[in-house]
Design a protein around this ligand. Structure first.
Ligand code: GLU
Length: 458
């Protein structure tokens, strides 16, 4: 059984990159009839906030993702790392019993100067293993004297982490490039590296799909996994989403929270379709607006290795396509739900909505473009021919946009009115604006009675 997880830290809002990671994990699990878990990595108590967790869940729900286990689903297995302290403590005991970890008493100052020296010599920063040689007696004595060590994994002599990344191919970290890293801080809390490796193991994660900034973490987590003799999950590191200037997405380089796109009126299926194109191309026959169809077409080996660029123009393209896909009927219902004054026009709303979509691909724009339906403008001058037009409209045999168009044209001809002299005052009177949807559609949507009232039929 395939099992994936998305494991955000609730230290901020969900952005494009994180949402894409969540989507890929979801699609991959669903593509194989597997399970998708949502885990909250809140080991950093200082930066983690409950409100961010709530927002993350809300954003993921809005995107249409569902999970089989998560912090909001009652279970005996808590999926918030902050609630799994006992589990980590038990596994730490096992590591201690197995002699796989050792206490480290080095001071911050020593570690800093060690790091600085290594960086200055162009070496990868890593712990030099000084405390590894402390005798157990010495360590115990120092702890009894009140010193509080952190605990490091004792990497086996000559350990080199190599793995076959499902996206990037073979990866290797030669011996000596990683040092003995911290698994438990001196305050007793587990580090992310340790907690996540334990959680992935205990929750049966088969595939870890995450951003490629985690490759160095994978080398360390493999050391834990191998030391414990656990089965390795498959690792798939997906390339980081870049901004238009090919930099990491950040506050100043164009990263926008998913919430903001929602507030701007983007549809969740537009975001999903767009996110799916970041490093992946759904098969031509897949419906990009349907998660089940995307899942059916998803596979890890088709993920591109190059970094995709976040481009709002593309997102806007998907928004246009997505809103067209929703169709006039569904959008009309949504307009009415948001503004009950659209209700009297319900039966005639779909055609004009469909017509406006190209220009107004957001519900908010549609709302605005159609507000003339329920707000008459009383200040527009009425031409002498208008009541007569209303009388003819009232007699129209069938009330369709085509019939309305035919009548407007023949009326204009009969009266010898020139195009603009006819259409412009008519549009101003009916809508209070200089431009908008085609007039026959305006007339049709307003309906016989409303047209008659506006045109001054007595
Ligand atoms: N909490 C980590 C993050 O937000 C998760 C990394 C992982 O997938 O293991 O980056």
């Amino acid at each position: 059984m395939i099992r994936t997880r998305f494991a955000p830290s609730p230290t901020g809002e969900l952005h494009i990159g994180g949402a894409r990671t969540a989507l890929f994990n979801y699609l991959f699990a669903r593509s194989a009839g597997g399970e998708f878990l949502l885990r909250i990595d809140d080991t950093d108590a200082e930066r983690s906030r409950k409100e961010y967790e709530a927002r993350l869940l809300n954003d993921l729900h809005w995107l249409g993702l569902t999970w089989d286990a998560g912090p909001d689903i009652p279970s005996d297995t808590p999926l918030r790392q902050s609630e799994r302290g006992e589990i980590y403590a038990q596994w730490m005991d096992r590591l201690r019993e197995a002699g796989a970890v050792y206490p480290c008493f080095c001071t911050e100052e020593r570690l800093t100067s060690l790091r600085e020296g290594q960086t200055a010599r162009g070496e990868p920063p890593r712990y030099d293993g000084r405390c590894r040689s402390l005798s157990p007696d010495e360590a115990r004595r120092r702890m009894e004297a009140g010193e509080r060590p952190c605990w490091r994994l004792a990497l086996p002599e000559g350990y080199s982490a190599a793995f076959n990344d499902a996206v990037r191919g073979p990866q290797s970290f030669p011996a000596g490039t990683i040092g003995d890293f911290v698994v438990q801080r001196s305050d007793g809390t587990p580090t992310y590296l340790f907690a996540s490796a334990v959680d992935d193991y205990l929750t049966g994660i088969t595939h870890v799909i995450r951003g490629d900034e985690h490759v160095p973490n994978t080398a360390r987590q493999l050391a834990i996994i191998d030391r414990m003799g656990w089965l390795r999950p498959v690792f798939a590191h997906i390339p980081m989403v870049l901004s238009a200037d090919r930099r990491k997405l950040g506050k100043r380089t164009g990263s926008t929270p998913i919430r903001e796109y929602r507030e701007r009126g983007f549809l969740p299926e537009a975001l999903d379709a767009y996110l799916a194109t970041l490093s992946w191309t759904p098969e031509a026959e897949a419906n990009p607006f349907d998660l089940a169809s995307l899942a059916a077409s998803f596979s890890l080996d088709k993920i591109a290795q190059s970094s995709p660029v976040h481009d709002e123009e593309h997102l806007l393209h998907w928004q246009r396509e997505a809103i067209k896909q929703r169709g006039g009927e569904a959008l009309a219902a949504e307009l009415i739900a948001g503004e009950p004054r659209f209700a009297p026009f319900e039966e005639r709303l779909a055609p004009i909505v469909a017509d406006l979509l190209e220009e107004a691909p957001f519900l908010r724009d549609l709302n605005e473009a159609l507000s003339f339906l329920w707000s008459r403008s009383d200040s527009e001058p009425r031409e002498p021919w208008m009541p007569q037009l209303a009388a003819e409209l009232a007699k129209l045999a069938s009330w369709t946009p085509e019939a309305a168009e035919g009548l407007l044209r023949s009326f204009m001809k009969e009266r010898g009115l020139k195009g603009r002299a006819f259409f412009h005052p008519l549009r101003r009177l009916l809508t209070g604006r200089d431009s908008g949807a085609p007039l026959p559609l305006v007339v049709f949507t307003l309906g016989r009675e409303e047209c008659a009232a506006r045109l001054g039929l007595l």
